[in-house]
Design a protein. Structure first.
Lengths: 496, 332, 354
């Protein structure tokens, strides 16, 4: 199937996710789609696969214009999407997962379907038993199931969204062999990924999206440097880096091992000094979030230890960490950080802790006003937090922090914020550094990582780089590491 | 106790469990689609009264049962509308309806309270009724009890062996995935909630038109039959055979309580009467412990073979709710 | 907030009208004259001093229960077990009074003190029963709806067992309850024969005021709100969520137990099978109707009590069942719920979507 996306535009509120993207994908080929978080890849694929409708632009399949209104529509036209977290049904058997949603008689012929299942699976060398249950499968096997299902339903184009996240190496190799085989048999494949090596080894062509636009395309042999440049932009000369003289050790992680459903982190070592800023870089879901949470007592480590200012904190609760002067600011401001339905003033009251039984509303209002002024929040003490803009919500979160913290852990401090708010937020954070507070932050914005960190840790599929000094790191090298390249040098050199 | 009396007693257990089977399976269907119908207790009362009234007015027992089903469906429709379209709390609307339906049944049923009315009669099956042991137990019952047996099988076949049944399981489990495969999640949720309510609505008339004939203002025997049915739905893992097993177990324990009461004069009658409820709490406790988050994460970490084996074991004792139960579905 | 301020009361008014319409239809369905029925209710509630005082007597436990429920609703809980908590409060109060009866009659214990202690015992009983529900939820993961329901029935059973067993009237056990207490152990009422006890009314009024101040004016109340609106954020802000859940159950149980104790000491002067009289479920309805805010809880509870007392006469005057009150109350809450949902949906359609 020849797929043409012509001038696709999609806007969400103030954000232009796709600003006029045109791409052509030939049949029997594998197109890699690269881009960092927020570049617009997933929106574009959602539009092609029917989960979203574009604001403007058109989709042309095999020369005919097509209106795709729903995922079922897309599949009827032969376009199937394999999601990063496959949309399957855990309590069902594999064969039932296949049948669900397909058309046919009232009583599905399960035996015939199982037979067809086995044949298809054998063709691609998938070790799947149709009578097994979905919830017993690994992520890689669930992918195989979904690919099988899409093939069984007659897909002629396949979109794979970050398929190699969370699968083992042998499973990845099998997946790639499957994809190559499907493409050679005529399938149109779109391979969305941030992993440079995967795209370079698998794809016949690659396009790069950046900030909602098509930044460029490339053919093999791929030049990694060029790809990184297209993904992340050119190198910007760095502002001279102010190094705060180091103080005592605030956070110490030794041999930390963390487990989640998707990945495992093994043997992470990090020592953070007072006044230092450490940036955690990497694509979302590479392990930074779970590590950050474990430094706040919100995740239990499987092995290893976490110390705050020399005190052993490994199995303690989050509230114990708070008592030790650790603060955690989540990325989901309204879902996890603030309480919708309560006002700014009420949040400040909550953050202060109790002063007796009754709330002195007058004093609270004055206090709230001073905090609002100090953090330049566009809102009044009685404003509901859900009515504030993102930037002001983030300022509010900062304003809720105690003055004498030893460690601030913040997820995506400036996600979705404009330049002015970003600069302001960081100026406030730097103020605290000057007073000795250490900061560990997660960000998908490479410029932010390089500009504000003293040292950087890169996360890739659960692998963690040793801390790298930010002055010696450039955008290009950071981009490569995030994309999974250049990690060999860490494995050879002794740990820093 | 003589053999004949025992058989008669057990046959009675199967009959008295009939209404609970209808209610629990109806609720299971509704919950599998993702909607909790908490009004069950009131719904049963209202359909009992309404069914009896319909039968009294028309002289037809069949119309009485249909009336009960219609009432059950109507109440469920309110729950569906409030939950699916208005996205209000399913607990809130269900709770209000349970009280409202109860009061409506008392108020509207006042004029017909205590009146004698049509009853369905025993309908022993000609050949099957003569089989030793099985005959007296299963085949000398009334029509509705036969229907309750059939319902178990039909519900199971539908849920586990048909295409629409698969879709039903899908929308309660992961509506987003079902939507991705073309299911009209909202419409189907309406359908199954109302259907579940209609089936449950057959339970009420089973009391007023057969077992405890007439409308006497309460379902004597146990005041909270609707709540028990809700708990049995959970206990039975939303699966028709296991739910029915729970219903029969419950009826059996009730019967046992009556029997033992005579044999154990020392134990106060209230203890045996109310025993189902702490039992319900205990089973919920047991069920919840098996569903803990840590079990799922620990399972995901195991190597392949033990994981598959353990998953199989857990599934046997599984009582995992449809994952999207109680949550409204937003398309994006 | 972007919503037009006039819209909310508009929807509420529509809900009230719809409720009246539906109830009238129900009345017509039973071929009863609606206006006469409503008039009878009104007369039955405020027609004479006697019934008016009965309304106040019914108002007291309802208001107490509502006060407690507002605490649990603020923290996001459905404390359906409230009925059992009232019952247990009554049981404990009865036990206390039975134990104190002899010393009081003998002169060694001041009757006022005995009553006060009995009331405290009732509060303790309700609190314990409520914390049991809380423990089942916090440590056993048992939903408080089912836990509460199950324990309601258990409480009823315990109540019945006591009335027909250890505490039965000498001779024949009776549905009219245990042996009534000596007059000295009755909560003082305005006249010899009325059941109107000013102290009870004072307790109820103080109770709702305390809850209002607690939720609006204390740190505890603000934290309760935070836990109820966003438990995750509340936890991250440093609030120990499960402890607040348990304390809310305890507080609500205290109020429920108080209501039960008042019923025993002021109204019935003994333990009867239906000591909780459905006040718990009614309290849940009142809470839903006032949208969980304490400000108008008192008048709404008074209205509900008036409906209940007013409809007692219906079987006599019009041969209608007194459950008409329940029908009115239920349809009112139902339509308010539906109206709120309709309003929210219309607002969402008008605003921008991400």
């Amino acid at each position: 199937m020849l797929i043409e996306l012509r001038d696709i535009c999609k806007t969400f509120g103030p954000v232009r996710a796709n600003a006029g993207i045109s791409i052509e994908v030939a049949p029997a080929s594998i197109l890699g789609i690269l881009g960092e978080n927020g570049a617009g890849k997933s929106t574009l694929m959602k539009i092609l696969s029917g989960f979203q409708e574009p604001d403007s632009g058109s989709i042309v399949l095999d020369g005919e214009a097509a209106t795709i209104r729903s995922p079922a529509d897309a599949l009827a036209r032969g376009i199937g999407m394999l999601h990063q977290d496959p949309l399957d049904f855990p309590p069902l058997k594999l064969v039932d997962d296949l049948i669900l949603g397909s058309r046919g008689r009232l009583r599905p012929d399960r035996r015939r379907t199982a037979r067809e299942f086995r044949e298809l699976a054998a063709r691609f060398d998938f070790d799947l038993d149709p009578e097994a249950y979905v919830d017993a499968l690994t992520v890689g096997e669930r992918q195989q199931l979904e690919i099988l299902r899409l093939l069984w339903l007659g897909a002629r184009a396949l979109i794979l969204d970050e398929p190699t996240t969370g699968i083992s190496l042998p499973q990845k190799e099998k997946l790639f062999a499957t994809i190559r085989r499907l493409a050679s048999e005529g399938m149109t494949v779109l391979f969305v990924s941030h992993k440079l090596e995967d795209v370079e080894s698998l794809c016949d062509r690659a396009v790069v999206l950046r900030q909602g636009l098509l930044a460029g395309s490339a053919d093999p042999p791929f030049d990694t440097k060029r790809l990184v440049e297209m993904m992340f932009g050119k190198e910007v000369p760095q502002a001279p880096h102010l190094r705060i003289p180091g103080g005592g050790e605030v956070l110490s992680a030794r041999g930390l091992c963390l487990d989640s459903l998707r990945l495992q982190i093994k043997g992470l070592d990090l020592s953070v000094k007072a006044g230092e800023v450490v940036g955690l870089a990497g694509m979302e879901g590479s392990g930074q979030a779970i590590f950050l949470a474990s430094c706040a007592g919100l995740e239990r480590a499987v092995a290893g230890s976490v110390r705050i200012e020399e005190r052993e904190m490994t199995s303690r609760s989050h509230h114990d960490y708070k008592r030790e002067g650790v603060a955690y600011l989540p990325a989901a401001r309204l879902e996890e950080g603030l309480v919708p339905g309560l006002s700014l003033e009420e949040h400040f009251i909550l953050a202060q802790g109790t002063r007796g039984l009754f709330i002195d509303r007058k004093a609270a209002e004055i206090e709230a006003e001073s905090r609002i002024a100090a953090y330049n929040i566009k809102g009044r003490p009685d404003s509901m937090v859900e009515s504030l803009s993102g930037g002001n919500q983030q300022r509010a979160l900062l304003a809720l922090l105690r003055d004498d913290l030893s460690l601030i852990l913040v997820e995506h401090p400036t996600r979705g914020l404009d330049i002015e708010s970003t600069i302001y937020i960081w100026s406030k954070l730097k103020e605290r550094c000057a007073k000795g507070t250490a900061i560990v932050f997660i960000s998908s914005d490479l410029d932010e990582i390089l500009q504000y960190s003293d040292r950087v840790l890169v996360f890739f599929a659960g692998k963690v780089s040793p801390p790298i000094g930010a002055e010696s790191l450039g955008v290009e090298e950071l981009g490569r590491l995030i994309g999974g390249k250049g990690w060999e040098s860490f494995e050879e050199a002794p740990r820093a | 106790m003589s053999y004949d009396v025992l058989l008669l007693g057990l046959a009675g257990v199967l009959a008295s469990a009939g209404p609970v089977v209808f209610a629990s399976i109806g609720e299971a269907i509704s919950e599998r689609a993702g909607v909790i119908n908490l009004s069950m207790n009131g719904l049963i009362l209202l359909s009992a009264m309404g069914g009896f009234a319909a039968a009294l007015a028309t002289g037809s027992v069949v119309l009485g049962f249909l009336g009960g089903a219609a009432i059950g469906g109507a109440v469920a429709a309110i729950v569906a509308f409030s939950s699916i379209t208005l996205k209000q709390s399913q607990v809130a609307v269900g709770f209000v309806l349970t009280l409202l339906c109860r009061d409506l049944s008392y108020f509207l049923g006042n004029p017909i309270m205590g009146l004698p009315g049509p009853r369905i009669s025993l309908a022993p099956l000609p050949f099957l009724g003569g089989i030793p042991l099985l005959g007296p137990l299963f085949f000398r019952q009334d029509v509705m009890t036969y229907l309750s047996f059939a319902l178990i099988a039909v519900a199971w076949l539908f849920i586990y062996r048909t295409r629409p049944g698969l879709v039903l399981r899908g929308i309660g489990e992961k509506p987003a995935a079902a939507y991705a495969r073309g299911a009209n999640v909202g419409g189907l949720r309406y359908l199954y909630t109302i259907l579940g309510g209609a089936i449950a609505g057959l339970a009420g008339p089973m009391y007023s038109l057969s077992i405890k004939a007439g409308w006497k203002g309460t379902i004597s025997g146990l005041d909270g039959i609707g709540w028990i049915a809700l708990a049995i739905t959970i206990f039975g893992g939303w699966s028709p055979f296991k739910v029915a097993l729970g219903a029969y177990l419950f009826a059996f324990l009730q019967w046992l309580g009556l029997v033992l009461q005579a044999a154990l004069p020392g134990v106060p009658s209230q203890v045996l009467q109310v025993a189902p409820f702490p039992l319900m709490i205990l089973t919920l406790l047991f069920v919840n412990l098996g569903n803990a988050e840590w079990v799922a994460t620990a399972l995901a970490r195991l190597p392949e073979r033990p994981r598959r084996a353990l998953a199989k074991l857990l599934r046997a004792v599984n009582a995992k709710p449809p994952a999207a139960l109680g949550a409204p579905f937003e398309k994006d | 907030m972007r919503e037009s301020p006039g819209l909310k009361p508009l929807f509420r008014a529509a809900a009230v009208i719809l409720a009246l319409v539906l109830t009238t239809l129900v009345l017509l369905a039973t071929k009863s004259p609606p206006l006469a029925a409503y008039a009878s209710i009104v007369r039955g509630a405020v027609g004479t001093w006697s019934v008016a005082s009965d309304v106040v007597v019914a108002w007291v436990p309802l208001l107490l229960v509502t006060s407690g429920l507002l605490v649990t609703f603020t923290v996001g809980l459905w404390n359906i077990g409230i009925e059992g908590q009232i019952t247990f409060g009554a049981v404990f109060a009865t036990w206390a009074l039975r134990s104190f009866q002899a010393p009081v009659l003998g002169g060694s214990l001041d009757p006022g003190l005995a009553i006060a202690l009995a009331v405290l015992a009732g509060m303790a009983g309700g609190m314990l029963w409520a914390m049991l529900v809380g423990a089942l939820k916090t440590f056993g993961g048992v939903n408080e709806i089912f836990g509460g329901l199950g324990l309601n029935y258990v409480a009823t059973a315990v109540n019945l067992w006591l009335i027909f067993g250890p505490w039965k009237r000498p001779g024949v056990a009776s549905m009219s309850g245990t042996v009534p207490f000596d007059r000295s152990l009755w909560l003082p009422t305005v006249t010899e024969r009325s059941r109107f006890a000013p102290i009870a009314v004072a307790l109820a009024v103080v109770g709702i005021a305390v809850v209002f101040v607690l939720i609006q004016g204390t740190y505890f109340g603000l934290r309760l709100k935070a836990v109820g609106k966003n438990p995750r954020a509340a936890y991250l802000l440093g609030i120990p969520t499960w402890q607040y859940t348990m304390v809310s159950f305890a507080l609500c149980g205290l109020f429920a137990g108080l209501a039960g104790a008042v019923q025993v000491t002021a109204v019935y002067h003994r333990l009867i099978p239906s000591i909780s009289s459905g006040y718990g479920y009614m309290g849940l309805m009142v809470s839903m109707l006032v949208n969980y805010s304490a400000a108008i809880a008192a008048p709404v509870a008074l209205f509900f009590a008036a409906l209940n007392v007013g409809s007692i006469q219906l079987p006599i005057t019009l041969k209608l069942d007194s459950s008409l009150a329940g029908v009115l109350q239920g349809t009112l809450v139902l339509f308010v719920l539906l109206a709120e949902g309709a309003r929210a949906r219309l607002m969402k359609k008008g605003g921008s979507r991400p």
